[in-house]
Design a protein around this ligand. Structure first.
Ligand code: TXA
Ligand code: MG
Length: 382
């Protein structure tokens, strides 16, 4: 049964000194990129980054919370504002391949081909870090660094104007769903950061795929995301999933391998209510969920369901949120985090989500749903 509360683990070492009383500047750059006003706004935001302040900005995946990756105090403010465990390294964002020379050692041939194919885009590569080139806080003591070039004109202009590698985790409080609109960033970080560049809703909706490209031409996926395993397989000799990610290995126990991407071990993306993922034939899933929901409603709980548009009519809950069509999983990726946040807004305490096939973006959706559910999944048989 789904009766365990989600918990945020291992946050004891988080710096909680930050006080939410800072003035957070908001720049609206949702209009024409070439307008003089837009460029002025981005220059102001870039100047704050250069000064060691932290600024949220849109990317094609989710909003990021940026800091100059060379500036330890700035990077520390990112961890503090998010309440993020310090052993979880940050992704560094670049606007050009030339920027890589400043902080990575020469990369292998496959890494280079993946950049040619997928950059700018939602692919983060784990690359060899040049010693002493970035703040040690960025890589959390590892000798590698995660790097990506976002496919968003605002992000690219901002990074180019700041003229530095920009460390940027997702711009949410740690444990909360990642932000896909500037209002999500406001909800979580207003008063904790210097500014928010509002570029409208993000496109992909789930974070980048994090990969390690090996010298033998194979790839390991450390975090599924916007670039699918199928897309990677067109470039790499073989694509493996980090064994530490194995999704159906319900709650990690002592015998499960640790995920290679440190962030994967934390409960994440979690709504405040108790979420359970349900897998099986649609009618059987709906019958199970409706039974559980009416019992919950009888106890006075507020209920919500996240389902694919083909099955919305099957559910009876206080709120039923659509993840779009099963035929177009990009819609599910795009809507997922906003739907999880909506569950909080209506005060839902008991939540169920439909599972989806793990092809294409389904892999990233299931990874996020299972993490949001603390790996609680029910397989319903007819
Ligand atoms: O789409 C994205 O990737 C967004 C946008 C803002 O770019 N960023 C993002 O960052 O999701 P964050 O910090 O929330 O997630 C970074 C992930 C974590 O799971 C972290 O453990 C992993 O990347 N990571 C970073 N550096 C790593 C490294 N050197 N080795 C292994 N994993 C690493
Ligand atoms: Mg994140």
């Amino acid at each position: 049964m789904c009766n365990e509360k989600n918990s945020i683990e291992n946050i004891a070492d988080v710096n909680t000194e930050i006080r939410p009383d800072m003035v957070t500047h908001i720049w609206d750059v949702t209009g024409d990129m070439n307008k003089e006003e837009t460029m002025e706004h981005l220059k102001e935001a870039a100047a704050l980054l250069q000064d060691g302040s932290i600024v949220a900005f849109p990317t094609e995946t989710v909003y990021g919370l940026g800091a100059d990756a060379r500036n330890t105090a700035a990077v520390e403010s990112v961890f503090a504002a998010k309440g993020r465990p310090s052993d979880n390294p940050l992704i560094v964002h670049v606007a050009s391949r030339a920027q890589l020379d400043g902080f990575t050692e020469p990369v292998n041939e496959l890494s280079s081909r993946l950049m040619d194919t997928f950059w700018p885009g939602p692919l983060t590569l784990i690359l060899p870090l040049k010693q002493k080139s970035l703040s040690e806080k960025v890589s959390a003591g590892l000798d590698t660094v995660g790097v990506r070039m976002p496919d968003h004109p605002v992000a690219l202009e901002l990074i180019a104007a700041a003229d530095c590698p920009v460390a940027a985790p997702s711009a949410n409080r740690s444990g909360r769903p990642s932000p896909t609109t500037s209002s999500h960033v406001r909800e979580d970080l207003m008063g904790r950061i210097a500014g928010i560049v509002d570029g409208g809703p993000t496109g992909v909706g789930v974070e980048s795929t994090v990969v390690e490209a090996h010298d033998d031409g194979t790839v390991t996926i450390l975090r599924p995301g916007g670039i699918t395993a199928e897309q990677l397989a067109e470039v790499a000799a073989e694509v493996r999933l980090d064994p530490g990610l194995s999704v159906d290995s319900v709650k990690a126990d002592a015998s499960s391998p640790a995920p290679r991407s440190p962030g994967m071990k934390y409960t994440h993306y979690a709504p405040k209510g108790e979420l359970c993922v349900v897998q099986g034939a649609p009618d059987a899933v709906a019958a199970y969920v409706n039974g559980a929901l009416s019992a919950a409603a009888a106890r006075g709980e507020r209920t919500a369901v996240l389902a694919f548009s083909e099955h919305l009519h099957l559910y009876r809950a206080d709120a039923v949120y659509s993840l779009g069509s099963l035929e177009r999983l990009a819609e599910g990726a795009h809507r997922l985090y906003a739907a999880l946040r909506s569950c909080d807004e209506i005060g839902a305490s008991v939540l169920y989500a439909e599972a989806c096939p793990r092809d294409g973006l389904g892999d990233a959706i299931m990874n996020r749903l299972l993490k949001a559910a603390g790996h609680q999944i029910i397989h319903v048989t007819e």
